[in-house]
Structures are given as structure tokens and as C-alpha cells.
Design a protein around this ligand. Structure first.
Ligand code: 4AD
Ligand code: MG
Length: 474
């Protein structure tokens, strides 16, 4: 089986070798005595140019029109130096077999199609250059993520997808309710499948979980239980948010990486986030050269240089209070006015990373407690919490993290203030009763990382099957 990984140059060491290529036809050019077929097997961006003479076994399939764009083929031949300017090597075909022909209605023909159109063809779009490259870079980022944490002694923890707790306390959870199977038939259930009491309230006693359950918005609370037993841990899994935001940075289902560091404070947390981001960026620059060149040329000019800077330079750090002051002093009219105590909007985040600190990731820390989640550690000023957000150009918030409130009495106070039910967090409070330690962690939205590294503008184009309001096909 041919290995054309690494781009067109690499084949040069294999000149004269007999190879078998299995892939999908990208283009076909039939001339009187020779036919050129470009085939791609997804292992890299480059196609293998296959050259067929009239004497190639199976040439009749060209004549009968079986070989068209999109068809899957199996080609065997000898690797030779190419005369063409686009590639260094090509395959002189001895034998070709059409494995699966492609109907003329195949929607991904040679002409360029928009990414909006391809969103309606999510089952076929991985066969395009852009989506193939995104899939490979996404894979490299996942690999580098595990490598970084494993090399630094973190233990990977699987946090649950179904949960009764709302980690962010923002009420953005998808509800998971279903009847206990044995009672399903007997019930005359309404549309959502849950039996109602006479007054219309849900009868949870007959629900599968016996109480409201949801898809998780974050694995953090569960990660904290393991961090207070195994020390440094991380999660990497899908999370869900019923945010009705139709933006290029929000999904209803996205993947999150959540490290949790034991015996650590906010400074340790920021250092970990910085080292992690630099590590994965460097990994992609070194290991995905061909795909990164593609993004650099077609998607975002100069992205390779900008990422190289990110991998090498220190990130900016400033407090929320300083960021607000800087924005107030900025000679710019924002749509949302800046005011201490209000959350930063994406226009403010973009100003900080793109204008104020041109192109550099910026970490904003010590946010007002009233705009942040209940679990963040109260600072001594009583007004702010030990929170941090890492903002990056174009994407905005890439990471959200904090030092956790490890003091029982403060945590209970914050749950009350946030109007959350203390009883349902009993196990989380237990962690503060039995051997509590200072600890900190963060969450990185994996799709936003893929956006940042590839330059792709819309988050729906960096996850194989995007889930957003009104869209859950495929
Ligand atoms: O800032 P968030 O809400 O933080 C948490 O969930 C914490 N529990 C994380 C932790 O400390 N362990 O989300 C973290 C990150 C954001 O910075 C963003 O990158 C991403 O998750 N994110 C989303 N990505 C895509 N679509 C959405 N709807 C997202 N919401 C958050
Ligand atoms: Mg956040």
C-alpha cells in the first residue's frame, strides 16, 4: 500500500518501486494516447498523479466512462519522476480497478464550492482539500493534547456526559429525560415522553434517572474530584450547551479539554495554559507542514508566521480592571459600552488581542465575582475572583479558567448568592470537607483551537458534524 504522506517531495526516494494506491478520483483528463487521473487517499493534501497508457490493464474502464470524479479506485504501477510542474513523482499505471463508481450527481466536482454549500453536504465534505486538511490538523491537535498532558504527569479522566449538576450555573443545559423502559408502554405520555401529574408537573418518580438529568456543560466538577485524589488530571470529551447563539464561535456540541491542577493557584494555571497552547501550536507547525502551507495560502495569509510567534513569545497578562481602563482610554467607539462589572464582549476581546497587543494572546485575570461562576476563588478584595480568560486574535475567548474556591464557608456563600441549590452540590462540597487543597484548572474549547490554528472563520467548519440551533442532520 502506498504511503504518500508528507507531500510530493517525499516520493523521490521511492522512484522505480511498485506501488498500490487506493483512493478517490479528484480529476480525470483523457487525451488521445494518455490519461491522467489524480487520486487522493486522504493521507495528505497531495494527489497522486496516475498516468495511464492505452496498454494499462483495465484501460477499458476509462473508455466506458466508469472513472469519474468521486469514484473509488485501486491503481497499481511504478513510481516515476514526473514531467509536470505540480508534482515531483507520478505513478505509471500497470493496472487500474474501479472499486465503486460515482454517479454524475456527485456534488463535489472540480470547481470550487462554498463552505456554506458544503455544510449541507457534511457527509461528503471531508473529500475536499479544506476539510481533509482540517481533519488532519484536528487529529494532530488531539494527539498533541494527550502527549502534552501525559508527558507532564497528568492522568486522563473520563467525565460523565449525563449529569444532574449544572457546572456553570447558567441554565444552558439540554435535558435528558426518558421513561423507565418497563413503564413506557403503559403510559400515555405527552410528546417529551415524561408522564405528568394531574397539575401538569413532571412525575420524576417514573423517569429513568428519578430526577432531572442533563447533558454536561463541563466536566470540571468531576475532574476536581479526581484532582483531589490523583493530583493533576485532565478531561477531553464532548460538552453541550443550549445557548441560542448563532455565531461563528458557538456550537451546541463541542469538545473541551479541562486540566485540573492540585496544590496549584491561578499563576500555575496560567503557566499551564500557556505551555499547553505553545506546545500544541509547535507540534502542528512541525508535523502538519503541507496542510499548514495550504491554510497559509488559501485560508489566512501569514498564519504560519503568526503561529510561530505564539509558540515563541510570552503572552500578555493583565487584570480585568486594567483591561477595562485600557478599553475606556481606547480611541474607539464600541457598540457595547465598557463598564467595570460588565462582561467583556467579543468586540472588546478583539480590540485587546488584535489592536492593543497586536496579534498576541492576552490573559485577562481577576474578574468581578458577579459575572463569573460560583466555584471561582474569592480574592482578598472581596469584589473579584481568581479567574482568567485567554483571548486570542480572531477567535476571542479560547480558554476560561480559575483557581477554585477550596474554603467550604465561602463556597456555600457563593452557591447561595448564585441562587443554586446547595443540596444538589453535596458531593462537591464534600471535597472541601475532607482534605481540601488549593487547586485550579481551565477549559479550552477544542473547536476554537482548531479555528485558531487553521484560520477557518466559522466554527461549524472545524467539527465533522456541527450541532447548532436548528441543525442536527447527518
Ligand atoms: O469559559 P467556559 O464556560 O468555562 C468552563 O466551562 C469551565 N468549567 C472550564 C474549566 O475551568 N474547567 O468554557 C471554556 C471554553 C471557552 O473558553 C470556549 O473556548 C469554549 O469552552 N466554549 C465553547 N466553544 C464552542 N461553543 C460553545 N458554545 C462554547 N462555550 C464555551
Ligand atoms: Mg468563559
Amino acid at each position: 500500500v502506498v504511503d504518500i504522506k508528507g507531500g510530493p517531495d517525499e516520493g523521490l526516494e521511492r522512484l522505480g518501486q511498485s506501488l498500490l494506491v487506493m483512493g478517490w478520483v479528484r480529476t480525470l483528463r483523457v487525451q488521445s494516447s494518455v490519461t491522467f487521473i489524480e487520486v487522493n487517499d486522504g493521507s495528505c493534501l497531495s494527489n497522486m498523479q496516475c498516468v495511464l497508457g492505452l496498454d494499462a490493464e483495465g484501460y477499458d474502464q476509462v473508455e466506458s466512462g466508469l472513472i469519474t470524479t468521486g469514484a473509488s479506485i485501486w491503481v497499481q504501477g511504478i513510481l516515476a519522476a514526473s514531467q509536470g510542474s505540480k508534482q515531483k513523482v507520478e505513478l505509471k499505471v500497470k493496472k487500474i480497478v474501479v472499486v465503486g463508481k460515482s454517479d454524475p450527481s456527485y456534488p463535489i466536482q472540480k470547481k470550487r464550492v462554498s463552505r456554506e454549500f458544503l455544510r449541507t453536504k457534511a457527509h461528503l465534505r471531508p473529500r475536499t482539500n479544506t476539510f481533509g486538511a482540517v481533519a488532519r490538523v484536528r487529529n494532530a491537535l488531539a494527539y498533541a493534547t494527550h502527549t502534552f498532558f501525559q508527558e507532564n504527569g497528568f492522568v486522563w479522566v473520563s467525565s460523565p456526559i449525563i449529569t444532574a449538576s449544572d457546572c456553570e450555573g447558567a441554565g444552558e443545559q439540554f435535558c435528558v429525560t426518558t421513561l423507565i423502559p418497563s413503564t413506557r408502554e403503559a403510559s400515555h405520555s405527552p410528546v417529551d415522553g415524561i408522564p405528568r401529574l394531574k397539575d401538569g408537573l413532571v412525575d420524576w418518580s417514573q423517569d429513568f434517572f428519578g430526577k432531572p438529568a442533563f447533558l454536561t456543560v463541563s466536566g470540571q466538577l468531576n475532574a476536581e474530584t479526581y484532582a483531589t485524589a490523583l493530583s493533576d488530571v485532565y478531561t477531553f470529551g464532548p460538552t453541550f450547551r443550549a445557548e441560542n447563539s448563532n455565531t461563528s464561535r458557538h456550537l451546541a456540541e463541542f469538545w473541551m479539554i479541562e486540566p485540573e491542577l492540585a496544590f496549584a493557584d491561578l499563576n500555575d494555571d496560567m503557566a499551564c495554559a500557556t505551555a499547553y497552547l505553545q506546545y500544541v501550536v509547535r507540534h502542528v507547525l512541525e508535523n502538519c507542514k503541507e496542510d499548514m502551507e495550504f491554510f497559509n495560502t488559501w485560508i489566512e495569509k501569514g498564519i504560519i508566521d503568526r503561529l510561530s510567534d505564539v509558540a515563541d513569545k510570552d503572552f500578555v497578562q493583565l487584570t480585568y480592571t486594567d483591561a477595562v481602563e485600557l478599553l475606556l482610554r481606547a480611541n474607539k467607539k464600541f457598540e457595547f459600552p465598557v463598564k467595570w462589572g460588565c462582561d467583556l464582549q467579543s468586540e472588546h476581546e478583539r480590540y485587546l488581542t488584535e489592536k492593543a497587543f497586536s496579534g498576541c494572546p492576552v490573559i485577562v485575570r481577576d474578574y468581578p465575582k458577579d459575572i463569573k461562576a460560583f466555584y471561582m476563588r474569592r480574592n482578598d478584595d472581596g469584589k473579584t475572583v481568581a479567574a482568567m480568560d485567554m483571548l486570542v486574535p480572531r477567535v476571542g475567548e479560547l480558554i476560561g479558567g480559575s483557581q477554585r474556591e477550596e474554603r467550604l464557608e465561602y463556597l456555600e456563600e457563593r452557591l447561595d448568592e448564585s441562587k443554586l441549590n446547595k443540596d444538589s452540590y453535596w458531593w462537591y462540597l464534600d471535597l472541601r470537607r475532607y482534605g481540601s487543597v488549593p487547586h485550579a484548572g481551565f477549559g479550552l474549547g477544542f473547536e476554537r483551537l482548531v479555528q485558531f490554528v487553521t484560520g477557518i472563520e466559522n466554527i461549524r467548519d472545524v467539527i465533522p458534524f456541527p450541532r447548532a440551533p436548528g441543525s442536527a442532520e447527518f
